[in-house]
Design a protein. Sequence first.
Length: 183
Amino acid sequence: MILMKDVIREGHETLRKKAAEVTFPLSAENRQLGEDLLEFLINSQDPEIAEKYDLRSGIGIAAPQVNRSVRIFALYVPNDHGDMVEEIVVNPKIVSHSVELAYLPGGEGCLSVDRDVTGYVPRPQRITVKFFNLDGEEKKMRLKNLPAIAFQHELDHLNGVMFYDHINKDNPYFEVPNSHPLE
Ligand SMILES: O=CN(O)CCNC(=O)c1cccc(Cl)c1Cl
Ligand code: NI
């Protein structure tokens, strides 16, 4: 199982690399990695397991965060209806996105960042994405609000981008035009 000791932190070069696409059929190693990433999220959101293993909670986690520079991440995040979006995402692409932007009023956090970096992270509110599952089947999905934000936070990790790269330096709480706070 993935533990916090396996998570690399700011300053580690892997966090700023563009991760490599993976080929199918997946190696046993890459399949196991995808499963381990999702298991971490489920564990991190279970109060007993999280306390037992001292896990920080996450709604997403990307392979580069455990020093594996491949285009794989996992999501375990509630949608607007309270249903969990539970996905292992391989070779993801955003195929289209809304003009409207959204941001979390409390800002974003990252397992690889051991400090509070405050400010709004404006991202497209709705996205249409394509990716492959572990079996190489292509999936197309429309996401909005928190799942869309989480997907983009993880896709950023695959491109060496950190959430705070998007925060306005002069005014971290600048309300970008056409952006909406997610309540
Ligand atoms: O890359 C993933 N992490 O660093 C896991 C910890 N952060 C979160 O779960 C998190 C928290 C707030 C907003 C977003 Cl969008 C995310 Cl993703
Ligand atoms: Ni992160």
